[in-house]
Design a protein around this ligand. Structure first.
Ligand code: PLP
Length: 371
């Protein structure tokens, strides 16, 4: 019996998501200490002290199932974001809500649109349900930032079968972003049978004045879904908490396919506490801005090209196949991310770390590239 033949077609063709290499794995393989991981866009500050306190207080109730409705976290989010709690769908990371959207709205008869170089989860959730993927070419540098989403190219791919359009703003792994006017103009042109998912996983990091907050468009566009996460700026990647905000109707549909206890109780408590720690978020954003400048300047000094980023990571063009450079960096005890699977074979994506981590990375890069 070959289970491969029994699997549904979408799953048969699927390649699993390739995560950043865990620190413990490299330790096992190489037996080296003090590894620096700049591979998964994690927050170098660690979680907010308020989140850690909430986790400690939550330990006593672990025998109980979590609140399936996520009342406390949804109330906190609703208050902060100015939406109704019933517009929020909580997920086991925002990955989970992206998958819920695919399960609720895609089938073998429909298709999803996303851009070249877009976040890897979009093709995975699309394929897993057997839907077709329509991939729009990214900007080549003329009509918008090079490697960034080309909204006109995405519009051209819309047809009667289109049910979901995934847009990461800013995008991972490029760090490029779409401006308010451009994205609003795009939304006005999308027909109502196509839902637009605006993935704002890095929202908190972006301070550009023309960067839009897509939540402001929810009242105007009933086909809009905005997703955010506690994994990045809130430093809680290990607990898996993300969410979608949408119309009540869409939230109701997402909720029908959601596992009842998809977010664990420590995650719910920590996320609600983290939300109230403005000081932590400010320190996070300040450290990141400083680190982005540090890494960008270091690339200029070394004559290496990079994609200008507004996220907490930067895609660097090492001017040759990046995989051997990635491997050599591993041997130096530095984990970054090769992104050939995103169509960028000469780039490495490097998370902005603490100042010391950025320095360790730069020194290792110099040794590896012989600079
Ligand atoms: C990291 C990331 C996510 C989600 O991560 P979760 O940990 O599942 O919340 C979603 N979208 C993009 C573009 C990301 O980079």
């Amino acid at each position: 019996m070959n289970p491969e033949q029994l699997a549904v077609e979408g799953v048969r063709k699927l390649t699993p998501y390739q995560p950043g290499k865990p620190i413990a794995e490299l330790e096992r393989e190489m037996g080296i200490p003090n590894i620096v991981k700049l591979a998964s866009n994690e927050n170098p500050l660690g979680p907010s002290p308020k989140a850690l306190e909430a986790i400690r207080s939550g330990l006593g109730t672990l025998r109980l199932y979590p609140d399936a409705g996520g009342f406390e976290l949804k109330s906190a989010l609703a208050g902060k974001l100015g939406v109704e709690p019933a517009q929020i769908t909580l997920g086991n990371g925002s990955n989970d809500v992206l998958e819920l959207a695919a399960r609720a709205f895609l089938s073998v008869a429909s298709s999803a649109i996303f851009s070249q170089h877009a976040f890897a989860v979009y093709p995975i959730v699309t394929q897993a349900v057997g839907a077709s993927a329509c991939v729009a070419k990214a900007h080549d540098g003329s009509g918008g930032p090079r490697h960034g989403h080309d909204l006109d190219a995405m519009l051209e791919l819309i047809n009667t079968r289109t049910r979901l359009i995934f847009i990461a703003n800013p995008n991972n792994p490029t760090g490029t972003y779409l401006k308010r006017g451009d994205l609003a103009g795009f939304l006005r042109k999308v027909p109502e049978h196509a839902l637009v998912v605006i993935d704002e996983a890095y929202f908190e990091y972006v301070s550009e004045p023309d960067y839009p907050n897509a939540l402001e468009w929810l009242d105007d566009f009933p086909n809009l879904i905005v997703t955010r996460t506690f994994s990045k700026a809130y430093g809680l990647a290990g607990l898996r908490v993300g969410y979608a905000v949408s119309s009540l109707g869409i939230a109701d549909l997402l909720n029908r396919v959601r596992q009842p206890f998809n977010v664990n109780s420590l995650g719910l408590a920590a996320a609600a506490a983290a939300l109230s720690d403005d000081d932590y978020l400010q320190r996070t954003v300040a450290l990141n801005s400083e680190g982005l400048v540090m890494l960008a300047e270091a690339m200029v000094k070394r004559g290496l090209a990079y994609v200008p980023s507004v996220g907490n990571f930067i895609a660097i063009d090492v001017g040759r196949s990046a995989l051997p450079v990635y491997d050599a960096l591993l041997r130096e005890g530095v984990i970054v991310r090769p992104i050939a699977n995103y169509g960028l074979p000469n780039h490495l994506r490097v998370t902005v770390g603490a100042v010391r981590e950025n320095r360790v990375f730069l020194a290792a890069l110099d040794r590896v590239l012989g600079l």
